[in-house]
Design a protein around this ligand. Structure first.
Ligand code: TXA
Ligand code: MG
Length: 321
């Protein structure tokens, strides 16, 4: 199969929309990372996502919708879930809600759960594609299972060229880490995955601390110990570089290394966590292409988006299964 590279103009979006309506796979930019989209109401189309990504098992996917109104058709909103959607959609927040009686998202996209994960993305191309397809789009990140998430259409093609029908080209994803996932299934909003929306912003809206995920709630790839892995090994909390290492710095903290032969990229020389999140996957992709066996990573503060950055780095550094 040849993967079509489509411009996100009227003609490109129309082609992409009809590929999706016929059960095909189209990768598209969102403000977090590139998604691999399929018609969320069509189980055969959704099954193709798992094959393309070589995901070992069926895990629930996020259904991307164009508006809060459409989200209400799919999931049951508690008052707290409404407040979160009003405050942060469109944006990098995914809500896991009880499934509604009027839902059209298929069982396979929900991995048989009685709940559905919903997000209204804040990206004009993503929203235009949802509209062109005329249905919710199931979309995990557009990479092979376990690998780095893609933040440009080039990253998508590196992993999935010839395996998916099309990719829409767009600018590099602005936020650079996946959405924050909150379950609103009981009275307590629970943090299932830290992401592009900081915990502190959410807690301000709900006027209470977020609860932790309950044990036994679905384990899915993004929550596995080893995930988001580059080819090179990662050494975290590094204060300096060893001779055989490339470096991922933060706030110009690395000391003593050979500038001529050790590539070092700084996630944010000024120590800005938003800038660091936006650069995270892109810089890991770049350093991984330099064929060093190990990447030393400087300490990143744990506050704000630092929670999501540290989460992804720990999974990328974990022993591989
Ligand atoms: O930013 C993002 O969230 C990106 C873009 C493309 O929107 N998508 C993404 O999807 O990261 P994915 O498949 O890598 O992560 C989906 C996560 C799963 O790991 C799982 O934790 C959670 O969503 N999830 C989905 N449905 C769920 C459900 N019914 N119950 C609990 N968790 C669910
Ligand atoms: Mg992923």
């Amino acid at each position: 199969m040849r993967t079509l590279c489509l411009n996100a103009d009227e003609a490109g979006l129309k082609t992409a929309g009809s590929i999706l309506q016929q059960g095909g796979l189209v990768a598209f930019p969102t403000e977090t990372v590139y998604g691999l989209g399929a018609d969320a109401t069509n189980p055969t189309a959704v099954a193709r996502i798992y094959t393309a990504k070589q995901r070992p098992s069926f895990n629930p996917l996020i259904a991307h919708v164009g508006s809060l109104e459409e989200a209400r058709r799919q999931g049951l909103f508690s008052p707290l879930a409404e407040a979160l959607a009003e405050a942060f959609w469109p944006g990098p927040l995914t809500l896991v809600l009880p499934i509604s009686l009027t839902a059209t998202v298929c069982d396979l996209a929900r991995a048989g759960q009685p709940s559905v994960a919903l997000r209204v993305p804040a990206h004009p191309i993503a929203l235009a594609l949802i509209q062109a397809a005329g249905r919710p789009l199931a979309a995990p990140s557009a990479n092979r299972s376990g690998r780095l998430s893609p933040v440009s259409h080039g990253d998508v093609l590196t992993g999935l060229d010839g395996v998916i029908d099309a990719v829409l080209t767009g600018e590099t994803c602005r936020i650079g880490v996946e959405s924050t996932i909150i379950a609103c299934l009981d009275g307590q909003p629970r943090l299932l995955r830290p992401g592009g929306l900081a915990r502190e912003s959410i807690e301000t809206v709900i006027s209470r601390p977020l609860a932790e995920a309950q044990p036994g709630v679905v384990q899915s790839p993004g929550m596995l110990a080893s995930h988001y892995a580059p080819r090179a090994l990662l050494r975290l909390e590094a204060t300096h570089l060893l001779p055989h290492e490339a470096g991922l710095d933060f706030g110009c903290s690395f000391r003593c290394f050979d500038r001529n032969c050790q590539p070092v990229l700084d996630l944010s020389p000024s120590g800005d966590l938003h800038e660091a999140a936006a650069n995270l996957f892109a810089f890991l992709h770049l350093l991984d292409r330099q064929n060093f066996s190990c990447i030393a990573v400087a300490p990143i503060p744990k506050r704000g988006l630092g929670e999501a950055i540290n989460d992804r780095l720990q999974r990328a550094a974990a022993p591989r299964g």
